[in-house]
Ligand binder design. Structure first.
Ligand code: SF4
Length: 189
């Protein structure tokens, strides 16, 4: 019989997170998909905050994501900014209110407490989940979203971090953000 243990654990944790979100007063006016889109935009870098990247990250249809983004904009949680080089494309940025909402909701307190109580094994778990995600994305040939500091193009220089793919300097803290151009260290160029 196929081992379903990993699936079962992930599914149970996802159920607990959905139940937790439903109980939060701040979620009364927010659909779960809107929270997912808002959280992605709070975590991604400047190359990855477009409507198309949100669609790819969430793995949903363009129409569904477009409606969610419109709702977030109408609620004053995100705002559009035209691209400085290509005025036809837009970037989506969290407003002060949007950032405050994400800071209040993510991560759920129960998850943070459980991870903290695991100590070093909690950190090992994060590393193993990162490896699992990278493996799935590579094997399934889906967009390789990942943390910038773990990318093969991430360069640490004396004058600060740089992206080896775009050749541009990276702002402080960019290493902790999600990028849609991320490539695993062992991935062929
Ligand atoms: S180093 Fe990699 S993850 Fe970071 S911005 Fe460049 S392509 Fe994206």
């Amino acid at each position: 019989m196929t081992d379903t243990t990993l699936y079962d654990y992930l599914e149970r944790i996802a159920s607990l997170m959905r139940a937790w979100a439903r109980e939060q007063p701040q979620m009364a006016d927010l659909q779960p998909i809107q929270l997912s889109a808002l959280n992605y935009l709070a975590r991604c870098n400047r190359y990855s905050n477009t409507p198309l990247a949100v669609t790819d990250f969430l793995g949903l249809t363009k129409g569904t994501v477009s409606q969610s983004l419109k709702a977030l904009e109408a609620k004053g949680l995100i705002e559009k900014r035209p691209d400085a080089r290509d005025r036809r494309s837009v970037h989506l940025e969290l407003t002060h209110e949007g950032r405050g909402l994400i800071d209040a909701l993510v991560p759920p307190a129960f998850l943070r407490l459980a991870q903290e109580s695991m100590g070093a094994r909690g950190e090992l778990l994060i590393e193993l989940l990162r490896e699992l995600l990278g493996t799935v994305q590579r094997q399934e040939d889906v967009p390789g979203f990942g943390l910038c500091r773990t990318c093969r193009y991430h360069q640490k220089r004396e004058d600060g971090a740089h992206c080896g793919l775009t050749g541009e300097p990276l702002e402080a803290g960019a290493g902790e953000l999600i990028c849609r151009e991320h490539a695993e260290p062992d991935q062929a160029a």
